[in-house]
Design a protein around this ligand. Sequence first.
Ligand code: NAP
Length: 541
Amino acid sequence: MSAELDHEAVIIGAGFAGLRMLHECRELGLSARVLEAGTDIGGTWYWNRYPGARTDTESWAYCFRFDQDLLDEWEFVERFPSQPQVHKYLTAVATKHEMFKDIALGTRVTSARWNEDSNTWEVGTNTGETLRCRWLISGSGLLSTPLEIPFPGRESFHGEILMSNRWPKDEVSFAGKRVAVVGTGASAVQIIPEVAHVAEHLTVFQRTPNYVMPGRNYLVGERQREWIRNNHSYLWDLCETQVFAFPWTTENRFWNDTDPEKRERIFDRGWEQGGFQFAFKTYDDMLVVKECNDAASEYVRNKIRAIVDDPETAENLCPKDHPIFSKRTPLGHFYYETYNRPNVSLVPVKNNPIVEIVPTGVKTADGVVHDVDMIIFALGFDAVTGALMALDLQGKGGVSIQERWAEGAETYLGVAVDGFPNLFSIIGPQTSFTNIPPTIEKQAIFIGQAIHRARSMGSNVVEARPEAVKEWAGTCEAVLNMTLLPTGDAASWFLGTNVEGKKSNVLFFFGGAAPYYVMLDAAVADGFPGLVMEPGLEPAR
Ligand code: NAP
């Protein structure tokens, strides 16, 4: 049966992934509509506009490679761009490429059902529309489904409640207020120093201490901008080979090959260089060799002890239950130093959890009420699978995504899953864990190539082979088990264990960017062996 299409492709989300996929669709000559829940583009960089929000990646690698002309004239302001800077960049991309006309803002996808008669997707939205399309591509984000506030009593609170990942557009004032921050993940670590400057008092509720690396952000000067302009293609080439797709060379240094007398100095250098250099420019096997990881973890604990004046606070800030980098390590900008301020206090809640929000503040299990005027929750996300699992998403035979992933999410190379033809995800489950924009570009190109090949074969149905999905999920699991990631007691969104009741499941390929990119390229070159493309079906009109 043929069917009228509203658009050949529907793309969910207008963040980095959605914009890049729209560009790819246009390159292929596919009509595409982007549906975006927010009232502006930006995705992550629309919702997470809390004070202090900035990337953990150098600005010159947190952008699109496809428009080098724009990058050549772009004024990189800081090493790690702030949320307004990233949003400005994405707006410039969307404006220059006249993308807004193909984006429906304020439009949340609520359902998507595969119609087996017409080989099309029927996509329902909160505005009551149903769009029929051939290809459905999710760019709905890996960190876009916030965890709800789990504590009873929030409606009784007399002050203001804010969430880091749903931050209001209007300016929020902390001046003269007693503020609570709940959580010490990457978002809270950025918020805490900002609030501390102006609040009358800041109380931080910490469940699991993190290893926080010094960011060492700086302003980019004109000479460096010129250097970046002249060397951008070299920087992109570095991203292709560096394990996390950062624009850095690889040290090829291993713990057991290093003179023990030099080891501390190598840690010093990584720490001083800031950002994730402590992870990626010290020892390549830090996440594999326990002795190396133990030494790195202790090194950071000693830094905390050296920076934080009060020994009890310092000890409470020291992570002791998980190896460094087994949870997503935040970058801090004078994070530990903030605890030396007289107006900042730390309340550990691992063994004395928050039990209730009361009219005057936050109550912990010991019965103490911490009186505050404002509570900021930075509790994290139902990561990677949250956005798709929140949809009424049905594939072949009416099987829902919730049923398909009941035993844990699995995909073919992070982009497709059997039973859900013509559905692709960008940064879906079991994508390589990397700096995100370069991987988005790789996946968008891969998906575009798959659609192009199918169309040139006269096929309008592309589906992952079940055995290819199983094989890739097995690879992700095997790689995970070669690392120290599953060891330790701390919950991590890498495995979904930060969400109560969510089945522990490897949500990433931890084997590095370069091998992953090579596999994507090889799959394209080999004619997509992991995908079935049925030729000869009647195309939609
Ligand atoms: P997160 O890292 O998952 O941190 C959530 C925090 O809330 C954790 O400290 C967690 O404690 C705490 N928490 C959750 N439920 C709690 C409860 N019931 N009681 C007390 N504490 C509770 O979330 P996030 O900070 O929003 O960051 C998520 C991810 O977004 C990051 O890992 C990062 O990848 C990304 N991000 C990136 C940047 C950047 O690039 N600069 C900035 C912000 C975020 P436990 O650890 O004990 O669960």
